[in-house]
Design a protein. Structure first.
Length: 473
């Protein structure tokens, strides 16, 4: 019987959720979904000194925003399994697969220096691998506290078929009997990761290729415990334009992208394209990705983060959302800018306001800026540029001519009606469209940075539009 595919994302709360971590979570989510499996979440909080509750919450909030919370709804803490980890250490001690090591820091340093001088691989030399009970007791009597090391095979190689990188081989002589429990009684990362992945039934371990060096150690734990190995898949890192990712490139808290006005759908789409493709398609929905994602098709080489490309993706998704969907996202940013949304303004925005400006926006704050005039009512506090337009004698006359025509229109005035009025006025006066459009835009909105006057008049309606123009006059 084929096992159900289970993947996991296992972030450490010693830091926040950054772009690389978000992509790892995304790939785990997509692979599980594509194979009808489960995607699980485990917070690896065994580093008690550096783990913080704040970072745990930031990670949770970031994943929830991206829609990458665990499919079973459970947020597992690694420290919840501490007793299980300690029992596993004791099991290996009892079976002779692990041992107490009393080597002091000074002795370890001297050992490393000697190996350096001889040009040897820096590794623990196994000096306490076969201590007698008398020797152990003697060390205890000196006040030494033991760490626990796993016995590692010294001959041959350790290899695995990586789903992304292909076959990877590591000579065992480069490895050593690594510590599985520190002197403080806390098991180490490489030990508990293997235990937890087994206990959670993880079939595919998908993570960054910075973990490749950890994999042989975790494989030794699997073997010592008698567990079946999962499939490993090590995804290349994301680089900045000049190499290592910096904050400028995007190595920052994912929630900062939310604050900057990016849509989660756009960020997910961009991240999935950093290392995986579906032919020549650029804009790929999560639904479509979950149908086609295959970890075996992830690129082996590193990807380069490009903020401009991310903004391009965001612009595509802004255009695809309807006015109501966008307003849901925008309400937070309106509040942030001190703009109060009432029923009248909501009506303006939903009845053409958002659609009139969304095609030029790259981020949500661009929309807020473009829509700000809807929150202002006459009389406006015009700036110098707008005042100079309204004080132009010819422009004043043009505004009155427009009002006269509009007042004679029966029923509603829409985009087409405005075009007809201005076309008639251009014929009658010999003027150009801009001679009416510019002063009308300023009179209606209080700014020169607004949509076309046809859109504005249609959104405000005839009565409100005339009222605004007369106020400006």
């Amino acid at each position: 019987m084929t096992k159900m595919v289970k993947t996991r994302f296992a972030p450490s709360p010693t830091g926040m959720l950054h772009i690389g971590g978000a992509r790892t979570a995304l790939f785990n989510y997509l692979f599980a979904k594509a194979n009808g499996g489960e995607y699980l979440l485990r917070i690896e909080d065994t580093d008690q000194e550096r783990s913080t509750e704040e970072n745990k919450e930031i990670i949770r909030e970031g994943l929830d925003w991206l829609g990458l919370g665990p499919t079973d709804g459970k947020w597992v803490l690694q420290t919840d399994s501490l007793e299980r980890h300690k029992q596993a250490v004791q099991k290996l001690l009892d079976e002779g697969k692990a041992y107490e090591c009393f080597t002091s820091k000074e002795e370890l340093e001297a050992m490393r220096e000697a190996q350096k001088e001889k040009g040897e691989t820096i590794r623990y030399d196994g000096r306490h691998r076969n201590l007698t009970e008398e020797q152990k007791q003697a060390f205890r009597d000196e006040g030494r506290v033991a760490v626990i090391r796993l016995k590692v095979e010294e001959e041959g190689t350790t290899s695995w078929d990586d789903a992304v990188q292909g076959t990877i081989k590591v000579p065992n002589y480069t490895l050593d009997d690594f510590i599985i429990m520190r002197a403080d009684g806390y098991p180490t990362y490489n030990f508990v990761v293997a235990l937890d992945d087994h206990d959670m039934g993880i079939t595919h371990v998908i993570r960054g290729d910075d973990h490749i060096n950890n994999t042989p150690k975790q494989m030794f734990v699997y073997q010592a415990m008698g567990y079946e190995l999962p499939i490993f898949a090590h995804v290349p890192m994301i680089h900045g334009k000049n190499g290592k990712m910096s904050k400028r490139d995007g190595a920052t808290n994912v929630l900062e992208y939310k604050e900057a006005g990016f849509l989660p759908e756009a960020l997910n789409n961009y991240l999935m394209r950093l290392g995986w493709s579906l032919g020549d398609e650029e804009v790929i929905s999560m639904e479509r990705a979950t149908e086609h994602f295959d970890i075996n098709n992830v690129n082996k080489s590193a990807s380069v983060f490009d903020q401009v490309k991310l903004e391009w993706f965001n612009a595509q998704y802004i255009r695809e959302l309807n006015a109501e969907q966008l307003l849901t996202h925008l309400e937070y940013f309106f509040t942030k800018e001190g703009l109060t949304l009432n029923d009248t303004i909501r009506g303006y925005l939903l009845n053409g306001g958002i659609n009139a400006v969304k095609n030029k926006a790259k981020k949500l704050p661009d929309l807020v800026k473009a829509l700000e005039f809807f929150f202002k009512a006459p009389p406006f506090n015009f700036e110098e540029k707008e005042v100079s337009i309204l004080e132009t004698d010819g422009y004043k006359n043009n505004l009155q001519l427009f009002v006269n025509k509009a007042q004679n229109i029966e029923g509603t005035v829409n985009h087409d009606t405005v075009s007809e009025i201005v076309s008639e006025l251009c014929e009658e006066t010999g003027l150009k469209f801009k001679d009416f459009g510019m002063p009308l835009r300023v009179a209606l909105t209080g700014t020169t940075q607004a949509p076309g006057v046809g859109d504005i008049v249609e959104i405000f309606g005839k009565d409100e539009s005339i009222k605004r123009i007369q106020s400006a006059l």
